[in-house]
Design a protein around this ligand. Structure first.
Ligand code: TUI
Length: 316
């Protein structure tokens, strides 16, 4: 049985968080992961305050286990979302795509454990100073908005820099990668891509099928020119976008920003996996079948125990 201090502190069975994926992570997925013993999260990104409140209510009907909300700091609704999570006294908040400093006081006063996603040592240190309970060190292998460093390089550097717990993210889909995260000094992991095909995940079947068919080199980064690179699966959308992105004389940054609007929703909810943005991490090709959140989590932890148990074979 793998157990780390954060299991007890968060009241969860396994030290695994579900990524707070925009347009993907709804009450159904969050409750599915929490019921399976992990920490499920609802994405705050695509909701205004009242929509998020309704989703939290739904999740509370589906599970009596702890769950969290991800606050995407670039969201147009960030102010209302930040207020609703405080009023609802959510157990855990993760944040993404920015520095949550200005909301920390409000959230800590509401008794919430705040766990920012950080792409660098400097932001990890800042989070610790601001009272974060832990940090999620997310490497650039992950899907969506990514930082520069890889998980292998980032996680041990963050572990050395802070004394709060570190959760590893980016490129973690099976028990070997889970075991490796512990070797890097992490106390747990955050998994996104593998949960895309969970039975409890309500995205379009077309999106799930695209992930299931992905090969190792099928992801690509768009939006580097705008300063927020996003990793997704190659398709007509990424081909068209990249043509415009690297032909800068003809397409302004504003036009490029516009091209990215609504495309994730089109893929995740509308099933348009050609002209929509199919966000997934570099481990997409390791995701082979649809399974319940419980099967995914138990398979990962069983495999991690096996490989950790066998690791001594290399030590003479
Ligand atoms: O946030 C994510 N992944 C995401 S957000 C998203 S939605 C989106 N839509 C359009 C454009 C961009 C995003 C899809 N995937 N992961 C967590 C994460 N946070 N990755 C990187 C960061 C990050 C980046 C900069 C965290 C803090 C940060 O701080 C910069 C600063 O100094 O404010």
């Amino acid at each position: 049985m793998i157990s780390t201090p954060i299991n007890e502190q968060l009241g969860i069975k396994y030290p695994i968080f579900q990524g707070g994926m925009a347009w993907v992570a709804d009450a159904s997925l969050a409750a599915g992961v929490s019921n399976a013993g992990g920490l499920g999260l609802i994405a705050g990104m695509n909701s205004n305050g009242e929509q998020l409140r309704a989703e939290i209510k739904k999740a509370r009907e589906l599970t009596d286990k702890p769950f969290g909300v991800n606050v995407m700091l670039m969201s147009p609704f960030v102010e209302e979302v930040a207020q609703v999570v405080a009023e609802e006294k959510i157990e855990v908040i993760t944040t993404g795509a920015g520095n949550p400093g200005k909301y920390m006081k409000k959230w800590l006063e509401a008794g919430i454990k705040v766990i920012p996603v950080v792409p660098s040592v400097a932001l990890a240190r800042l989070a610790e100073r601001n009272g974060a309970f832990a940090v999620i060190a997310e490497g650039g292998e992950s899907g969506g908005h990514v930082g520069d460093l890889s998980t292998m390089a980032l996680v041990p550097q963050v572990v050395d820099a802070v004394s709060i717990p570190v959760i590893a993210a980016g490129g973690i889909a099976d028990g070997r990668q889970l075991a490796a995260s512990f070797m890097l000094g992490a106390q747990g992991v955050q998994v996104g891509t593998r949960f895309l095909v969970a039975t409890e995940c309500t995205i379009s079947q077309e999106y799930k099928d695209k992930v299931l068919k992905a090969k190792d080199i099928d992801t690509v980064l768009t939006g580097k020119r705008l300063g927020h690179p996003v990793r997704s699966l190659k398709n007509a959308f990424t081909r068209e976008y990249l043509k415009k992105e690297y032909n800068s004389s003809e397409v302004s940054d504003e036009e490029l920003e516009k091209l990215g609007l609504g495309v994730l929703r089109a893929a995740a909810r509308g099933g348009d996996v050609k002209n929509g943005c199919v966000i997934a991490g570099q481990v997409a090709s390791m995701v082979k079948k649809e399974q319940s959140a419980k099967e995914i989590i138990e398979e990962m932890f069983t495999q991690a125990e096996e490989v950790l148990g066998g690791a001594m074979k290399w030590v003479k």
